[in-house]
Design a binder for this molecule. Sequence first.
Ligand code: HEM
Length: 407
Amino acid sequence: MDPADGLIASPHDVNRRLRESAPVHRITGTDGNPAWLVTRYEDARRALADPRLSLDKRHATPGNYRGFALPPALDANLLNMDPPDHTRIRRLVARAFTPRRVEQLRPPIRRTADRLLDALGPHGTTDLVASYAAPLPITVICDLLGVPEDHRRDFRVWTDSLVAPDPARPQAAKEAVAGLLGFFTDLLAAKRKERADDLLSDLIAVREEGDRLGEDELMSLAFLILFAGYENTVQLIGNAVLGLLNHPDQLAALRADPALLPAAVEEFARHEGPALLAIRRFTTEDVTFGEVTVPAGETVLVSLAAANRDPARFPEPDRLLLDRDTSGHLALGHGIHYCLGAPLARAETEIAVAALLERFPELALDEPDSEPRWRASLRARGLAALPVTYATQRRTDAPHRRTEKIL
Ligand code: HEM
C-alpha cells in the first residue's frame, strides 16, 4: 500500500513508522503528484525556514506538479510566493491585520459563541462540529472582512462547497469560485466607495513608502484569509474538544484552573493540529536531509503532524498534556510563512473552549466507544462530526447521593 493511503486512514501511526525508518520518504499523493515527505522535527523545522524550498510553482519540474487551478485573481497569494514579493505583501498586510484588530474581535466572538450555545438549550445531544465549531469561525471571518449580514448565506454556501466538495455536484466548486470572485469584486468596490472599520477597508487603504496592494493581490488576500482562517479553525476547535473529552484528567484540570487555557490551546494545536502538512514546497536546487538528497524541482511535503509528535522533541507525544512545554511546535508553521492569523486562531479557540466549558459543566462524548469520525484527507485533520451530550447542570449522580446516605 502506498503510504499516502495509510496516512489518510491512520496518520499518526504511519508518521511514527516513517519518522523511525524513512524520515524523508518519496510518496505519491492522492492527486497523483510525487513528493518527498519529511517527518522528523529537526528536519521539518529546518525545511520550513530553508530558502531553497520555494512556494512558487514555477520552480516545479514541468509534469511533476499539478495543482487545483485557481483564476489568477485568486492565485496571487502569500502561499504561492517567495521573497521579495512575499515580503512586500506580508508587510503591507501586517499593517492592517494588527493585534489591535484581533483584540477588537474578542467581544463579538464571545457573543457569537454564546448565541450558538443558547440555541442548544439547557441539555441534549448535538453534533458539536455542525452546531458550534463550524458556524463560529465563518461568522468571525465575515466580521473580520466586513461581509454584510445579508450576503453571509451565499458566502457560506460557496465556502462549504470548496472546503467540502460534494462528489455528486462536480460543478459546485467552479460555481463557488465564480461566485466568490464576483462577490469579492463587488465587496471591494463597495468598500472603496465607503470605508468601514474592517480589515478589507484597511487593506485597501494601506500604503507604505508609496507602495500599495494591487487589485489581484487584494482579491487573493481576501480569498486566502477566508480559507486559511475558516477551515483550520473549525477543526482546531473540534479537535480540542475531542482531546479534552478523551483526556478527562486534563479536562478536570482545565475546569479547575481556566488560566491554563492559553497554554492548553498550544497543546491542542501540537497534539492534533488541523494542518497535517505544510503547503507544498519545491526544491530550487538539490537539498540534502541526512542521508537523502532531494533533487532540484521536486515537491517537498513537511509533515507538521509528524514533527509535532516527534518524541525527540516532545516526550510522550501522543498524550495531551496541557502544562507541557509546547514551545517551537509547528502547528502554525515556522519561518517567513508563519501563520498570519495565529493571534486570531488562538483567540477563537480560547473563547470557543471557554464558553463551552462554562456553559456545560456536563459534557461527554455521545458515542464514547466509537472511533472518532475523521474526514478523509492527506492534509487536513478534522472531524466529520463530534456527537456529544451536554447539560447546564451537573447531574446529582450516584456517588453524591451515596455519600449523603453514608453521612
Ligand atoms: C487553527 C487555525 C489555523 C491553523 C492551524 C493555521 C495554520 C497555518 C500554517 C501551518 C501556515 C503556514 C503554511 C506553510 O508555511 O506551509 C499558515 C499560514 C497562513 N495562515 Fe494560518 N492557520 C490558522 C488560522 C488562520 C487564520 C484565522 C487566518 C486569517 C484570518 C490565517 C491566515 C494565514 C495566512 C494569510 C497564511 C500565509 C502566511 C504567509 O504565507 O506569509 N490562518 N497557517
